[in-house]
Each structure stands twice: as structure tokens, then as C-alpha cells.
Design a protein around this ligand. Structure first.
Ligand code: HEM
Length: 138
């Protein structure tokens, strides 16, 4: 079987039913339709990632070498990545965003503390000066 065909994410996404199921694993495209009934892990998990990048789902399970051999028999082509495609590790960068938000909030609190302390210093300083003036004029 020639496995040189190139598929875009859009092409693969169209094959997401139990009668026509493509999976992307490590940027290779696999026609898993015939394998759905045979999968020891059940058909549900395959359908969940049908037409999508299943690299993480596949690797998380720690599939055997035998499973990887079966996979090679289902190979139909390679994934042609395009700008804007989701990458398998895209959610890893998501962890940075909340941290940035926390930092911004921390700075906000710091600013309020600075204003409160600055205000207190100005208030008591003013009172002290008034007292001095009263003493001087007495
Ligand atoms: C076409 C791609 C896949 C092939 C060829 C495949 C093949 C296999 C094979 C041969 C096994 C038996 C255990 C082993 O040899 O490692 C297995 C188990 C399993 N697979 Fe897959 N698998 C595929 C995709 C997936 C995906 C995308 C998931 C998503 C979560 C998944 C989840 C599981 C689970 C949970 C088991 C364990 C079942 C058990 O031990 O009861 N598999 N798979």
C-alpha cells in the first residue's frame, strides 16, 4: 500500500465516524476503520479521537510494540501541517497564561499596598507638621 498521500487537518477531520475513521499519531495518518471492532481498548476511545490528533491518547496508554505494528498496517499517509493547526502539545503552553495572570494580580496588590502606605505616611506627616506649626506660634 502506498502511504505517500498527504492529508491536511481538514481532510482528516472529515473521517470521524465508525464507518470511516482516521487518526493522526505522530503526524502520520491512519485509517482505523477496520480496526475499530478489534481494538482491545474498545471502540469508544477510538471514536473519541476520530478525525483528530490522537498522539497523546495513544502514548498515554503505553501501547505495546505489537500495537505499533498493527498501527503501521493502517497507515494511509502523512499529515500536512498548516499555519493555525492545533499542535499535539498546544495545551502545554496554556499553563503559562494563568501564571502571567497571577503575576499581574500580584503587582496589582503591590500597587494598592504602596498607595495605602504612601497615603498613611503623607497623612501622619501632615499632622506632625501642623503640630510643629502650632507649637511655634504658641
Ligand atoms: C489505531 C490506533 C490504535 C491501535 C492500533 C491500538 C492497539 C491496541 C492494542 C494492540 C492494545 C492491546 C494492548 C497492547 O498491545 O498495548 C490496545 C489497548 C488499549 N488501547 Fe489502543 N490502539 C490504538 C489507539 C488507541 C487510542 C487512540 C486510545 C485512546 C485512549 C487507546 C486506548 C487503549 C486502551 C485504554 C487500551 C488498554 C485496554 C486494556 O488493557 O484493557 N488505543 N490498543
Amino acid at each position: 500500500m502506498a502511504a505517500t498521500k498527504e492529508y491536511t487537518y481538514q481532510d482528516v477531520a472529515e473521517h470521524n465516524t465508525s464507518k470511516d475513521l482516521f487518526l493522526v499519531i505522530h503526524d502520520k495518518v491512519y485509517d482505523s476503520t477496520k480496526f475499530i471492532d478489534e481494538h482491545p481498548g474498545g471502540e469508544e476511545v477510538l471514536l473519541d479521537v476520530g478525525g483528530q490528533d490522537a498522539t497523546e491518547a495513544f502514548e498515554d496508554v503505553g501501547h505495546s510494540d505489537e500495537a505499533r505494528e498493527t498501527l503501521e498496517q493502517l497507515l494511509v499517509g502523512t499529515l500536512k501541517r498548516q499555519a493555525g493547526d492545533p499542535s499535539p502539545s498546544s495545551h502545554a503552553t496554556g499553563a503559562v497564561a494563568p501564571k502571567a495572570q497571577t503575576d499581574a494580580a500580584g503587582m496589582g496588590i503591590g500597587l494598592y499596598a504602596f498607595l495605602a502606605i504612601g497615603g498613611a505616611v503623607a497623612y501622619f506627616g501632615y499632622q506632625y507638621l501642623q503640630q510643629q506649626q502650632q507649637q511655634a506660634s504658641a
